[in-house]
Write a protein that binds this ligand. Structure first.
Ligand code: PEP
Length: 250
């Protein structure tokens, strides 16, 4: 059976002290009895302290990115081995901000996925259409291509490490959310696309998260849809109270 997951992407927010404060706040406020897996993704420099801080909790730590190469002359980059060596076993790959501002193509992302899987890391694979794609009625094609080119090279056995995160770019950080019906329609399409390529068991078992302006006020309705298995949360993950309410809505 697939897992419910709520993950917070902190992006380039929170220095060391603020990271500790937010983690303490989350430990205080997050519900203990929830069945969802909870994940937070602070910045690279605060990952090690987050892992230490959350050691005896049910909150996992993810990186927001990693390099596709094992090691080498890539100034400023971070490898899978480095992440694993500090206890980070989950990585977000393909966030739309990485695709748009750092030129991460489907081919690069496919490499990143392979490297992460080689290191037994859980991959939260993000994808989603831009506003223009939806206006042109191309959103299903765009999503299908992103899945095919960035992810569908993996083997059946790798799927136990994959979490999908559908994030329509027009809904990220904009306050504009996909309606619960739009989210369900796309999640159902994504599951069907996985089913066609990898079969029923993998399609039914993979968790598909929705991301894009999820807030305490809309989380319940979005999460109630049958193919929405949780959320990837940006802005609202930076406030413990909001994030806790979203987790409680699952
Ligand atoms: C995100 O960046 O993954 C995201 C979903 O952001 P927000 O919740 O702020 O729209």
């Amino acid at each position: 059976m697939r897992k419910k997951i709520v993950a917070g992407n902190w992006k380039m927010h929170k220095n060391a002290e603020e990271t500790e404060d937010l983690l303490n706040d989350l430990i205080d406020k997050l519900p203990n009895d929830v069945e969802a897996q909870i994940i937070v993704a602070p910045t690279f420099v605060n990952l090690a302290s987050a892992v230490d801080h959350l050691e005896f909790t049910n909150i996992a730590v993810a990186a927001q990115n990693m390099h596709q190469t094992e090691a080498g002359a890539f100034t400023g980059e971070i490898s899978a081995d480095m992440l694993k060596s500090i206890g980070v076993n989950t990585v977000i790959i393909g966030h739309s901000e990485r695709r748009a501002y750092f030129n991460e193509t489907d081919a690069i992302l496919a490499n990143k996925v392979s490297t992460a899987l080689k290191h037994d890391m859980v991959v939260i694979f993000c994808f989603g259409e831009e506003l223009k794609d939806r206006q042109d009625n191309q959103h299903f094609n765009v999503v299908e291509n992103q899945l095919r080119d960035g992810l569908f090279h993996i083997e059946n056995k790798d799927w136990e490490l994959i979490v999908l995160a559908y994030e329509p770019v027009w809904a990220i950080g904009t306050g504009e959310t996909a309606s619960p019906e739009q989210a369900q329609e796309m999640h159902e399409f994504i599951r069907e696309t996985v089913r066609k390529r990898y079969g029923n068991t993998i399609a039914e078992d993979v968790s598909i998260l929705y991301g894009g302006s999820v807030k305490p006020e809309n989380a319940g309705e979005i999460f109630s849809k049958p193919d929405v298995d949780g959320g990837l949360i940006g802005g609202a993950a930076l406030k413990a109270e909001d994030f806790s309410k979203i987790v409680s809505a699952i």
